[in-house]
Design a protein around this ligand. Sequence first.
Ligand code: ADP
Ligand code: MG
Length: 543
Amino acid sequence: MLAGQQPIIVLREGTTRDKGKDAREKNILAALAIADAAKSTLGPKGMDKMLVDSTGNVVITNDGATILKEIDVDHPAGKMIIEVAKSQDQECGDGTTTAVILTGELLKHASNLLEKHIHPTVINEGYKLAARKAIDILNSISLPIKKDDIKTLKHISITAMSSKGSMASKEVLATVVVDAITSIADQTNGRTEVDLDNIQIQKQPGANIESTTIIKGIILDKEPVHEQMPRTISNAKIALVNQALEVKKTEVDARIQIQDPSQLQAFLDEEERMIRKMVDKIIASGANVLICQKGIDDLAQYLFSKKGIYAVKQVKESDMIKIAKATKAKIVSYVEELTDKDLGKAGKIEERKYGDDRFTFITDCTNPKAVSIFLRGGTEHVVDELDRAVHDSLSVVMAALEDGKMTVGGGAAAIEIALGIRSYAPSVGGRQQMAIEAFANAIEVIPKTLAANAGLDPINIMLELRSQHKKGNTHAGINIHTGKVDNMMDIHVIEPLRLGIQEIQSASEAATMILRIDDVIASKGMGSPSPSNYGGMGDMDDY
Ligand code: ADP
Ligand code: MG
């Protein structure tokens, strides 16, 4: 500062600022607390968490992504960890817990290196080299999946589901999941592509999980609007309308002064005339099914039922789009413009009852690439958790089919990576070597956590795993059910290659991003980010 000059204050009063070591330490602590909260849910023997939101809603889940989405975090670095889970979920639909735990562990090891006065930039460079090497190793131990290898796809589906509560019914669900993915898979220029938007999931409690089925078509949670309407229609010709088939009620209270009864009659007549006109237009198009995004007037309902038309109302926009795609119908905004060319086709439309709930099943559609999974389970909590398991499972089977490559789970790939990175580290040398070795130690958190969550002794398991891999048993991993080290290919614990690659990328990118921060400037009102607020979710010991 120049002598005699006043200091210039650039930050608003009340702004908190953590710099250098302080900022980094606090960020790492906050990130670690979040990662620790996810740890106890990893793997088939992971515990569930019960989440209660401010309105008292309860979610019981083992799904890392869901847990992280629901918990309210306001530390900026904690939020970044939650972003890791979100991006992993978007890219792969699975592996969120792994990515988050790995991020936490990379930061923990980085913190040890920082204490030894290794500069964050050096750590980041080492981590980047290690991540690249890890992906190379993962690629080199990956195995091909043949396009028609349904069995392998089912095992991949089961591995993804086995960490959720649906253990007993895995076979049935895996069959449904693989059937769904293979029936929507497209071949373009020799590449397999899967668009998950073609799969609709409809949930209905009240039956056992084994009753879950796949429907080649669309399921609407709607029933025909009028009791006299037919309950099934064969060779359906479907009109999709997003205009209200009723005379609009005004938003404001309007009063019409009527002087004599004939005026009232004229008013009602006009209303009726407008509705009849719309109904006639729909009938004239040749439609025998009407799916309306808005409401349908009582008179219109009656007229449709007289003509044997199956009509449903108040259908969600997303469902309208799915039906349009499945039946090749055009969604019409003005009934005036509806013609037979806009109609979609389906072999059958029928109402089905489940308990008190009624659904419309649209099957045998023009476009065969529309499938629905009708999820059943005892209670709402069960079907919700099932939904999450099926979501993960669909995503991994999609990745497996698209890429045609798999790796081994159960911690086997992680051990192989750790070994490979350790032997690579000396070739880099210098201080970066220490960071690369730290990466190898960090990735071992996966088998360690899997073992600890299964009630096994992580130290013994790690010794056995390392010795097996040194002997060349690339596929040696943890058999959660026997507590022994086993060949993961033999017990079918397999995952798509894309999943492992994405986990390493998400975690190393997030960890290096957090390490690069050396200044946290928080404006007033954010509160001073204090990591002591976190970490209340799990009894996470270090091992
Ligand atoms: P994520 O959110 O990371 O997918 P999960 O709770 O689904 O977390 O657990 C995934 C981990 O569980 C993976 O490392 C996977 O290999 C492992 N796993 C799944 N099934 C088995 C099994 N039968 N035996 C051992 N490990 C398994
Ligand atoms: Mg999983």
